[in-house]
Design a protein around this ligand. Sequence first.
Ligand code: 13P
Ligand code: SF4
Length: 335
Amino acid sequence: MADIHIDLTKLNKRGFLDIEVDPSLDLFQEITRLKKEKNAILLAHYYQDADIQDVADYIGDSLGLARQAEKTTADLIVFAGVHFMAETAKILNPTRKVVIPDLKAGCSLSDSCPPEAFRLFRQQHPDHLVISYINCSAGIKAQSDIICTSSNAVGIVESLPKDQPILFAPDKNLGAYVNKVTGRNMLLWDGACMVHELFSREKIDRLCHRHPDALFIAHPECEETVLELADYIGSTTQLLQFVQKNSSSSFIVATEPGILHQMEKAAPQKTFIPAPPNNACACNDCPHMKLNTLEKLYLCLKYEEPEILMDESLRLAARKPIDKMLEISAKLGIQ
Ligand code: 13P
Ligand code: SF4
């Protein structure tokens, strides 16, 4: 419970608790204490800052995070990730309170697919089954037949009859990759992730030549021209597992650089080089993920705001295709 009055009008405008944090506080210690006191679980995506990852109870990709959110018995889920991820946690475990450090931590990919425009698109293709990548709003999930993540997209599509017409949203790059691997011809919504679209094929090519022993690994949200260069393509968890198992000692990594923290922890003797973007910036940080900070995380755990709230009929409609995904993934043994 909050021990001060929180100005919700201010919070709603800014999306986070704009309260000054005592700089002498040991935030790691305070967050650990509050988690215990409140029976809270802290779930974090790999793209979060290293300090947030270090204080989390579970770090994972979208599929792993959804599974953890579904099975937790904690009273409070603190979701250090972006809005659609926290929303998915609420959809899967509605009796828990779900909070996020910054309500405005959105996603360019999710934003590229507004529910009303998508409804019209679907109406034009009534015979198509709708598979949506989990990086979308509850409004899109509610219009979908099956959800997928980057871990299971290929497996889910392959589990369907070859002649089944499919509409895939919102990521055209992941969709094109799945089409290529499975030999399908899914109709693709024209959406993309601003972070993964920024990688430069030319700069990566030059980097690969400078590091001939390094393997180039990439997330399937990257454009086809970048994926063509890759020695391995996978979700964040799959990329992390790959660098641990593979005997190579250096890797050029094309995804949000937050993942490098876990790679360096898991394989400290290996070298990880972030792939360069196609602009003057030195990194490909996701500006949405990086809205969350340790201070905002501490405040949201302490005051249990901002909370993810959802209309129950929307939640139920959005849950169906996620359950379908979890059921197929479990059958296929996808981790
Ligand atoms: P995964 O961690 O599921 O691979 O997703 C990557 C991503 O872009 C999340 O926003
Ligand atoms: Fe969205 Fe891309 Fe950021 Fe992931 S990395 S949250 S897909 S904008």
